[in-house]
Design a binder for this molecule. Sequence first.
Ligand code: ASP
Length: 423
Amino acid sequence: MNTIDFKPGDLVRIKVKSQSYEGLVMPRTQYEGPEHITIKLKNGYNIGLSLNRILESSVIKRGDEAKGSEATVIPSEGGQVHGDILLLSTGGTIASRVDYRTGAVKPAFSSKELAALIPELGSIASFSIRSLMSVLSENIRPSDWTMIAKAVQEAFLAGFRGVVIAHGTDTMHYTAAALSFALENPPGPVVLVGSQRSSDRPSSDAATNLIGAFKFASSSRSRGVFIAMHSGLSDDSIAIHLGVRVRKNHTSRRNAFHSVNRRPVAYIKGLTLNENTVIGGKGEFIVRPNFDDRAALVKFFPGMKGSYFKFLVDEGIKAIIIEGGGLGHVSEDLIQPITEGIKKGVFFGMTSQCIWGSVNLNVYETGRDLLSAGVVPLGDMLSEVALAKSMWVLGNGLNATGQMPLDLRGEVTGRRWLSVEQD
Ligand code: ASP
């Protein structure tokens, strides 16, 4: 085995067979043996090399230990903080590594290790890091949204200009919506960021997504909640989506997230921020972090039985969002059980199974019957956003029929977007 005096942070050139690589030496994770070295290439990808295969090597420039590892780590109870950005970690693939014995991906990086893997972060902004939890996002619950919202509030009170939240991608759009309602007029950007491949994989998109999130959080004038993810399949552009208008639309691609019925608010190309629009005004920062999870999101399907709604109402569910067909429809035999639920005080809101466009209950007979029963049409609000909003409305004692159809954070555009050609 070659013994080479490389230190994390060194810029090196390494020749393996006919290939030559140039990049930064990454710190070793606890799973990596001494026989491998991981290099971060200029394009953001990591590559793992066996020391035995190295034919030639040289240090181009000695580096400091990865700058990120010097960031202040804040214990979960809060404490000494400094910097422009607070990186809050909740887990997910972005903070995961592969367990090479089982092949499973587990949330296992602390936010400190994550920052150490991406030394560029320290050159974009000074930052502190705080691990809030370490879970895959399918395990995130509305009570966790409350915890995250309070952590963001503390961060702004402590003087950070922006907050970046590392999060699993499966439910990141729910959390983004929930935080959008919980945090009214945040003093700066709150940017959720995930990755489709774990940070220790050569093809990981974690670094570029985090760099985009840091860039936006540290230099945008927008105030609100956003998601930063790849805008295409290549590594050169990160899209910044408004937290209430974004959805995960692909199981595995890097550009899984798309803005729906509006354009992304910004792109980061390289390290340049191109903002289409500045979001948010001068209003007071108001935090209402409570959520009541007695709400349900139900997809209509052919053959659906009315007893499903009765079951939910009997279980004590207070708000039901129906993802109806097309313009917002269900079969006629469901109107009676829905009417009974409404009479018992349950809120019924209608969204569409179609991703693009808006519901309209005035076009067909079924729609009109739903309207007379008291079902509330929710325009082009995304179903996941409507669910998070209903939990927030219930959790804060607001009137669902009055608040749900309103556009509070950009969740109802009132526009007709007929094209599915999104960036
Ligand atoms: N299941 C993972 C999660 O949502 C997937 C990911 O992070 O991309 O936490």
